[in-house]
Design a protein around this ligand. Structure first.
Ligand SMILES: NC(=O)c1ccc[n+]([C@@H]2O[C@H](COP(=O)([O-])OP(=O)(O)OC[C@H]3O[C@@H](n4cnc5c(N)ncnc54)[C@H](O)[C@@H]3O)[C@@H](O)[C@H]2O)c1
Length: 454
């Protein structure tokens, strides 16, 4: 089935070919062959030795923006032409970093000025605080750029909806930064669930992101934004500018910041958005925090006519157990995580054994035998290593953000389906932000199908 974004304009306006021996890796699809949609009609295979050079801009090279920049530098044929940040300290930091890699950029404070002057850009990465995502992504798409926008898609449902609509109207690609969707470890787990059916019927799920005590984020002496610029760009103080995650104006709080990745996984694995949410939370520990420092939510999904119920929790006072997601069924359970040290499968003692289970190495987990989630262990019927498993294993050696960016650039160059198109990001955004409303109202909130339509 074609997703709307597959039908978008994926042509690169200018042909800038760059020789690259490593491009094969750079263009790798992020989905295993068995899970891929058909390639869109007319999508050209890019020759292994040649790749279109893409000229891109980064808007908001803060902590995550620089992570994305660094990952882009590992991808053949990506050239930064512009850096935009309202904070001169981050402008200089990023421009200097890029200079070390021979990428001279023009620096801007204002994204509108950048779009007015840079007429030769193919794409932009938006990694500003969440409240700016919609405004900047929409402006970029209207200016003819494809956009990789960090999660949470937006801090309001209405502006996230406008992002989807703009992507559709402009026929530009919009990748949302839920990078688990390009992570081979998750694709491996999906194979076990969907193809090998190791869970049986999924009945419950659980996810958590427990993070230790938070400390105020500061800034170097003498690097304050001048007062007039802070105000011009909508921030009242340096403290709030740096700690935007905890301010209602700029962010959807911890659920959006951390939880959105994992609630996205619930929607992904269960193949549907939730039908209801009930949640409790509070700003109990950090008295000056506008957003809840912890939230505990119960989501219900309708999966093939049956209710699947699960709990999600985010804490900011203790790191016990860190972050992971678990799906539980009547034949087994799978724990998955972006943390490569985690990932296991437990089978119910009565479940019918798969032929490979006895051969699999066991680890002890909570007093039971478990099988570690290891990519690349799958054998073909003739006993050799399964080729798709080996490909995923190779992919899994790359950082997850690099894989998600590669998927985005591959979508621009040759029409690969996006791992996280705007419609998917929007469903997640609605699922997440409604849980904040559920905390505020103290009531169970029911989702209506039209809420997920953009
Ligand atoms: N996908 C992930 O794993 C992941 C991880 C961390 C953060 N994020 C997301 O990345 C985004 C940035 O988070 P961060 O931790 O890097 O925050 P940050 O505060 O470190 O960086 C934000 C940057 O945006 C700049 N900025 C603010 N307003 C701007 C504007 N109007 N125009 C241009 N620049 C502006 C700031 O000066 C700063 O450099 C957020 O949306 C966050 O949710 C994603």
């Amino acid at each position: 089935m074609k997703t709307p974004s597959m039908l978008q304009d994926v042509r690169v306006s200018r042909r800038r070919f760059v020789q690259s021996a490593a491009v094969g890796a750079g263009l790798a699809l992020s989905r295993p062959a068995w899970a891929q949609d058909a390639a869109p009609e007319g999508a050209a295979e890019v020759p292994a030795e040649k790749v279109d050079e893409l000229r891109i801009a980064i808007i908001g090279p803060g902590s995550q923006g620089r992570n994305l920049v660094t990952n882009c530098l590992k991808i053949p044929g990506i050239r930064f032409a512009a850096v935009c940040d309202i904070w001169p300290y981050h402008q200089k930091y990023c421009a200097n970093l890029l200079k070390k890699y021979d990428q001279e950029v023009t620096v801007y404070s204002d994204y509108q000025e950048m779009l007015a002057k840079e007429k030769d850009l193919d794409a932009a990465i938006v990694a500003t605080p969440d409240w700016m995502h919609a405004e900047q992504s929409i402006a970029c798409m209207k200016a003819g750029l494809h956009v990789y926008c960090e999660k949470e898609m937006s801090n309001t449902i209405e502006s996230a909806r406008q992002m989807v609509q703009t992507a559709r109207e402009t026929k530009k690609l919009l990748q949302i930064g839920h990078q688990r969707r390009s992570n081979p470890r998750y694709w491996h787990a999906i194979k076990l669930i969907e193809k090998d059916k190791v869970l049986g019927r999924i009945t419950h799920f659980y996810g958590q992101w427990n993070r230790g005590k938070r400390y105020e984020i500061g800034w170097p002496d003498g690097q304050d934004l001048v007062e007039a610029d802070l105000k011009k760009y909508g921030y009242d103080t340096m403290e709030r500018f740096r700690n935007w995650r905890w301010c209602r104006k700029f962010s959807g709080g911890a659920l959006a910041d951390l939880g959105s990745h994992q609630i996205d996984v619930f929607n992904w694995i269960l193949k549907t958005p939730p039908k209801s949410v009930l949640a409790a939370g509070g700003a109990d520990y950090y008295k000056n925090s506008e957003w809840y420092d912890h939230v505990m939510a119960i989501y219900e999904y309708d999966v093939a006519g049956s209710t699947v119920r699960g709990v999600y929790q985010v804490l900011n006072t203790t790191s016990f157990g860190n972050f992971y997601e678990v799906f539980m069924g009547d034949e087994g359970s799978i724990e998955m995580s972006e943390d490569t040290r985690r990932g296991q499968m437990l089978r119910e003692p009565e479940a019918k054994r798969r032929e490979w289970e006895d051969m699999s190495e066991k680890i002890e987990s909570m007093g039971r035998d478990a099988i570690e989630l290891k990519i690349g262990e799958t054998l073909a019927p003739d006993g050799t290593k399964d080729a798709e498993g080996q490909r995923l294993l190779e992919e899994s050696k790359k950082p997850v953000h690099q894989l998600h960016l590669e998927n985005f650039f591959s979508a621009i160059r040759n029409g690969t389906p996006l791992s996280c198109p705007p419609e998917v990001g929007f469903e997640t955004c609605v699922s997440v932000l409604m849980a904040n409303d559920a905390v505020a109202s103290g009531a169970r909130l029911n989702f209506k199908p039209e809420m997920f339509k953009a």
